[in-house]
Design a protein around this ligand. Structure first.
Ligand code: ATP
Length: 371
């Protein structure tokens, strides 16, 4: 049972009505959020949405203008960064160039007054943790980007903080190394049983590493949920559009009853039926959102007339390796995207350019969004 689904679970970290102003500019607006112990939590959003500011306030590098931030029920506001049980790994890594790897890792421990033999054994433990035992005597400039990233990670973990704050930690790595490192971070987090908070603008990264994601926009949280919920049940057009590829079709509510609704979409010239209880009235504007992989594409008209269906012509096909993405042009001129995995596509005579096709989908395949 996930702690965030358990009403009796106590939050480990809590932002309570936090606002942060820089002069007239409001970077974070009356934001409340609960994060649980041992969670790998991601703050996701476009540049400037306030995610770094939120993380910096937890680390003590910025103070909220209003509201409070609690860790295990204790208010952190006013406590300087070095006295908080948090540690932040910066995007730039901020390693000391003239110090060896071992000395970089030892730095915070020395400052905290840890006895020398303990420092030595903690540094060895950290080097082993990030698999850099052989590099202890090197200087940062003698390391690859990935190795430097590990040193920064080891250094930020050395004091064994209760919460590790990761600000775009993989931004400087190339795609392949980035993906490998994501899995290493997850392993590490599990092994240490620590709470990790990561800031990223990369939705795939957030989906891969996080137990839960907060999607932010303009200083507020739009949705907090697991990666699967964010992807399958976005609560707004903003989230639907920000995460992955999606068809967003504007319409007007034509029917709304308990457990089912219909949306009349001028763009497609059709009505969409969904198994959803809408909090909207007839005539209200809304959007139908459906992932391209939830569309079935076929040369044949559907036998079942209760299914949602559109007919059109294949206008473009993008080959992406694992899948092909079909752009189907409807008689209204609108295009709808559908993907097929290439493993399936190539079995039969593939659907090709200018083919007349039917797109069909079940009533649970997409969602109607009213905001
Ligand atoms: P990015 O991914 O680009 O870092 P972000 O979502 O992390 O973006 P923040 O760094 O939190 O965004 O910044 C949010 C907003 O607050 C931005 O518009 C930024 O310009 C502004 N801001 C941040 N720090 C300061 C500051 N010290 N003084 C003035 N404005 C600031």
């Amino acid at each position: 049972f996930a702690p965030w689904n358990d009403p009796s679970a106590k939050p480990f970290i809590e932002f309570r009505n936090v606002t942060k102003r820089f002069g007239d500019f409001v970077a974070v607006k009356d934001l409340s959020l609960k994060i649980y112990e041992r969670e790998f939590f991601a703050l996701l959003g476009p540049s400037g949405c306030g995610k770094t500011t939120l993380m910096r306030m937890l680390g003590g590098f910025d103070e909220p203008t209003e509201g409070s931030i609690l860790l295990e029920g204790k208010d952190l506001v006013g406590i300087p960064p070095y006295r908080r049980p948090t540690n932040m790994m910066f995007q730039s890594y901020a390693l000391f160039p003239h110090m060896t790897v071992a000395d970089n890792i030892a730095f915070g421990l020395k400052q905290a007054g840890m006895p020398k033999p303990d420092i030595q054994s903690r540094v060895d433990e950290m080097l082993a943790l990030v698999k850099l035992e052989k590099f202890a005597r090197r200087k940062p400039h003698q390391l690859s980007g990935g190795q430097r990233q590990r040193v920064a990670l080891a250094r930020s973990l050395a004091k064994k903080p209760k919460v590790l704050l990761l600000d775009e930690p993989l931004g400087a790595l190339d795609k392949k190394l980035r993906e490998e490192t994501q899995f290493e971070l997850m392993d590490l987090q599990m092994k240490l049983g620590m709470t990790f908070l990561i800031v990223t603008h990369d939705q795939e990264e957030a989906m891969t590493v996080a137990d839960r994601i907060a999607v932010m926009n303009n200083g507020v949280i739009v949705q907090v949920a697991t990666p699967a919920e964010i992807y399958e049940q976005p609560n707004s057009r903003y989230v639907a559009d920000f995460i992955g590829d999606i068809n967003l079709i504007e319409g007007k509510v034509a029917e709304a009853s308990e457990g089912s609704a219909k949306l009349a979409c001028a763009a497609t010239g059709a009505t969409v039926a969904v198994n959803q209880t809408l909090s909207a009235s007839i005539g209200d504007e809304a959007w139908f959102a459906i992932r391209p992989e939830k569309m079935r594409i076929s040369r044949d008209a559907p036998a079942d007339t209760s299914v949602n269906a559109l007919s059109g012509e294949v206008w473009d096909i993008g080959y992406l390796g694992d899948v092909s993405i079909y752009h189907v042009r409807l008689p209204t001129g609108a295009t709808v995207k559908a993907t097929i995995t290439n493993a399936t596509r190539l079995v039969e005579r593939p659907i090709s350019w200018e083919d007349k096709v039917w797109l069909t989908w079940s009533r649970d395949a997409g969602v109607v969004l009213t905001r």
